[in-house]
Ligand binder design. Structure first.
Ligand SMILES: Nc1ncnc2c1ncn2[C@@H]1O[C@H](COP(=O)(O)OP(=O)(O)OP(=O)(O)O)[C@@H](O)[C@H]1O
Ligand SMILES: [Mg+2]
Length: 352
């Protein structure tokens, strides 16, 4: 039942008491003395006014004012800067609506706290991951340098080799720090995208050329799904889309190894957009791991065992870049069959 305001509650009560009084008075009058209608009406009116005023006063003073105080406190907590002060509308509200408002406010606070806790957990995990990833190359470098200082520098059997290993470890650290910088810049929107129209087929061919040697080493073939003899112009930031393609192709090379596999790129015309798909016939990703692969530093269990090189930042960067282009990246995968990453980009002629 919908809650009534204090005035209405007082009105109902006054009417009830007056009705009961009138019936009783009438009965008594019927038995003992003749009815005086005018006197009864005046009495009813007086009684009604008295009960109405006293009832309303009691409600306002002892119940509503106290609730209003609580409401005021909560209202002040929930009111954002610049919001209109609507406390004076309190008397127009029923207790039910105030209750609902307070409940909604409590619910939103609960969600906020949960989100803050999640962020805090994420931050701690993130710091732990950075430490873990940088620790290995730093300790390796320390080991090589100490050995070289302890006389290794004069030993032609190791000096060149240890310097080379030191340099490799430094390059690994640089790669991690650069990836972190890219993510941080993308997250804080410090990167202004440079949109232009370009041929995505040509860009993919260029990425294939760039990764050709790496792919051949791992016995991977990089191909187009079919012959695209006409250019397909999309509108995007070419530098960042190139990075997306490189990261996706590199993953197919790394995680498809062991199989004499093929990485295929295909383009589909979706009226306003071009759908770009990258498919491999690698080991695939377990369904429960799919939602996590775009997290920073996340690597699947099998990837950790199979592939040493890798930090788990590549797909986090891909996701940020695609989202900065107002699109989403999707993945379909079946274990032992393969994986497809797909994203869309606006056709160039719709914008330029
Ligand atoms: N094509 C793929 N097939 C199977 N697993 C994949 C594929 N692509 C990504 N993954 C899984 O997703 C994880 C995250 O990929 P991501 O590119 O972010 O990290 P990485 O390749 O391990 O390291 P980085 O890209 O930073 O060098 C990988 O470690 C791997 O477990
Ligand atoms: Mg990667």
């Amino acid at each position: 039942m919908k809650e009534t305001s204090p005035s209405r509650l007082a009105l109902y009560n006054a009417l009830l008491v007056v009705a009961v009084f009138t019936v009783l008075w009438g009965a008594v009058g019927y038995l003992f003395t003749p009815l005086n209608i005018v006197a009864m009406l005046v009495l009813d009116l007086l009684l009604f006014a008295l009960i109405f005023v006293s009832f309303q006063y009691t409600l306002q003073r002892f119940i509503y004012r106290k609730i209003k105080l609580i409401y005021k406190t909560i209202y002040n907590l929930k009111r954002k800067k610049g919001d209109k002060d609507e406390r004076r509308y309190f008397y127009n509200k029923t207790i039910d609506s105030v209750n609902q408002e307070v409940q909604e406010w409590g619910e939103s606070r609960k969600l906020e706290i949960e989100q803050l806790k999640k962020n805090e957990h994420y931050r701690r995990e993130f710091l732990g991951n950075i430490y873990h990833e940088l620790k290995t190359p730093i300790f390796n470098i320390q080991g090589y340098v100490l050995t070289l200082l302890d006389g290794g520098l004069d030993d032609p059997a190791i000096n060149h080799d240890y310097l080379l290993r030191t340099s490799k470890n430094i390059n690994r650290m640089i790669a991690i720090v650069e990836d972190l910088e890219t993510i941080s810049n993308l997250e804080t929107s410090q990167i202004a995208l440079n949109f232009s129209a370009f041929d995505i087929v040509e860009l993919a061919a260029e990425v294939f050329d760039f990764l050709e040697i790496k792919a051949r080493k791992r016995k991977r073939e990089l191909v187009f799904e079919k012959t695209y003899d006409k250019p397909i112009h999309v509108y995007a930031d070419i530098k960042w889309i190139r990075q997306v393609l490189v990261n996706l192709v590199e993953n197919t090379i790394k995680y498809g190894s062991g199989k004499a596999g093929i990485t295929r790129v295909s383009f589909f015309d979706l009226d306003e957009n071009i759908l770009i798909e990258m498919t491999d016939d690698g080991p695939g990703i377990a369904p429960e791991e799919i939602p996590r692969i775009f997290e920073r530093f996340y690597r699947t269990q099998s990837a950790r065992l199979r592939e040493k090189s890798g930090t788990g930042l590549g797909l986090a960067i891909v996701k940020h870049i695609i989202e900065a282009h107002d699109q989403t990246i999707n993945v379909r995968s079946r274990l032992d069959v393969g994986t497809t990453f797909a994203f869309t980009r606006k056709k160039a002629d719709k914008n330029s």
